[in-house]
Design a binder for this molecule. Structure first.
Ligand SMILES: Cc1cc2nc3c(=O)[nH]c(=O)nc-3n(C[C@H](O)[C@H](O)[C@H](O)COP(=O)(O)OP(=O)(O)OC[C@H]3O[C@@H](n4cnc5c(N)ncnc54)[C@H](O)[C@@H]3O)c2cc1C
Length: 424
């Protein structure tokens, strides 16, 4: 399957329709109100689709603290030198033209009894439906020696923006022949191929700028997404540069000393020059504060992404525990369209389409060497269930790999326009 912007925008089209009954509004407000927390892949898409498709019949407010959203997708390509930081930054300037009321603030509380969201600035907002798409936070002390106060010495760069720029600056400042280390996360985590695309992009940078440098990856997992494809690529392009230490060699038995730039793997200490610690993850904190999580994630109903805890609170994207979909921007965007359709139907009585989902994750290994993995999904009573999938093969031609990379560029422009709207 090839993917360009138009093809991507059609990924959520569904076949048959049903009519929903409009919801009765609790406090007699003239229009139903939707509050969306988090203006990323899930939240921005959901807010824009509900506002645009309801044509003013629903009040939609998006709460997002940052004024520029840096996509994690393609942030590894910035590390590799294929993109500039400006290429992955997006403003919310077009959202108002699409009917979304954007409030730049943090949501700091949710009262599900009074259906109220409280903001750090002191305001409170009433909702009829609340959509949470806060992305991820990190599990405390998941990597002994590392906490959020160590993120300057040992960046995670797993929320894009200043962290990504910091990691790039450290990479550029590495001494010749130095060591770049990564502590990879345990499952489940945001973007399964993300750490390994990052290793590829770091290796690409080092090959051109610091060819005697080494990369160590300490990994608690025995295998990882697109493993054969990445390992083939590392052997072809960066022979001898990458030392991946998986679970069986103690890759999960790791601690760090950020002040000393020391990494200990299975008792063996190594002084490193750059250390990218990507800790275990959990749902963004506001999901926990809203009381819709069970453990680290928020369980949801596959048919509309409503939470198991509350039918009027929905969770999208990385924070959701939904079944078979990987935690990706493509998945969050796909889930958001299903959710937006269901929420609009519940509030206005508009048609509700059967839930269908899709995902593709592209990764760049070296110049024009792109690979992908993807699948389609459907909603069952238990979960979002995989229907069928595909993956690039090892040994593919250079032409096919180049076409795969070009496809990912089409997807990127498509998803970012779908999230933030075309320029007014
Ligand atoms: C290195 C890397 C590479 C990746 N590559 C890809 C890729 O190639 N393809 C792909 O599909 N996915 C990729 N991903 C994954 C993708 O970025 C995430 O899965 C996706 O962004 C999840 O969307 P989300 O809406 O759940 O969270 P996010 O997009 O992270 O959005 C969450 C938003 O919520 C806001 N927020 C959090 N808490 C609050 C609060 N209390 N109040 C208000 N706002 C709040 C945050 O500021 C943020 O803007 C990659 C990730 C990484 C780290």
């Amino acid at each position: 399957m090839t993917m360009n912007r138009r093809a991507f925008l059609g990924t959520s089209v569904a076949a048959s329709v049903a009519l929903a009954s409009p919801m009765v509004l609790a406090d007699g407000h003239a229009k139903p109100r939707v509050v969306v927390v988090g203006g990323g892949a899930g939240g921005a898409t959901a807010a824009r689709y509900i506002a645009k498709d309801s044509k003013g019949a629903v009040d939609v407010t998006l709460i997002e603290p940052t004024r520029t959203y840096y996509t994690c997708f393609f942030s590894n390509l910035y590390l590799g030198g294929f993109k500039e930081i400006e290429d992955i930054g997006h403003s919310y300037g077009n959202m108002a033209a699409n009917g979304v009321n954007v409030v730049h603030d943090w949501a700091v509380g949710v009262d599900r009894d009074t259906k109220t969201v409280t903001l750090a600035g002191g305001a409170s907002l009433k909702y009829d439906k609340l959509i949470l798409s806060p992305g991820i936070d990190f599990v405390d002390m998941a990597v002994p020696g590392w906490d959020i106060s160590a993120q300057n010495a040992m960046p995670h760069a797993y929320k894009a923006g200043s962290q990504t720029e910091l990691l790039k600056a450290k990479l550029m400042a590495m001494p010749q022949g130095g060591t770049f280390a990564m502590v990879a996360p345990p499952n489940p985590y945001r973007c399964p191929p993300g750490p390994y695309e990052r290793v590829s992009m770091v290796a690409h940078f080092l090959k051109n700028n610091n060819p005697s440098a080494k990369i160590i990856v300490a990994d608690p997992k025995p295998k990882f997404s697109k493993m054969a494809l990445f390992q083939e690529g590392w052997a072809n392009h960066y022979d001898g540069m990458v030392d991946w230490i998986g679970e069986e060699f103690g890759g999960g038995n790791v601690s760090v000393e950020p002040d000393a730039m020391m990494l200990t793997i299975d008792g063996e200490e190594t002084k490193v020059d750059v250390c990218n610690v990507i800790p275990a993850m959990k749902a963004g904190k506001i999901a926990d504060m809203a009381g819709v999580t069970d453990g680290n994630w928020a369980p949801v109903n596959a048919v509309d992404m409503s939470t198991k805890a509350d039918p009027d609170v929905y969770v999208l994207g990385d924070a959701a525990q939904q079944g078979d979909m990987p935690k990706s921007g493509f998945s969050a965007n796909s889930q958001a369209k299903v959710c937006a359709n269901a929420v609009r139907g519940a509030l206005t009585g508009s048609k509700v389409f059967p839930a269908k989902f899709s995902n593709t994750c592209w990764s760049l290994i070296d110049t024009n060497d792109g690979v992908k993995v993807g699948a389609t999904y459907e909603a069952t009573d238990e979960k979002i269930a995989k229907v069928d999938g595909f993956i690039s093969a090892t040994g593919e031609s250079a032409e096919l790999r180049k076409a795969t990379y070009e496809e990912s560029e089409g997807w990127y422009s498509g998803i970012t326009a779908d999230m933030f709207g075309a320029k007014a």
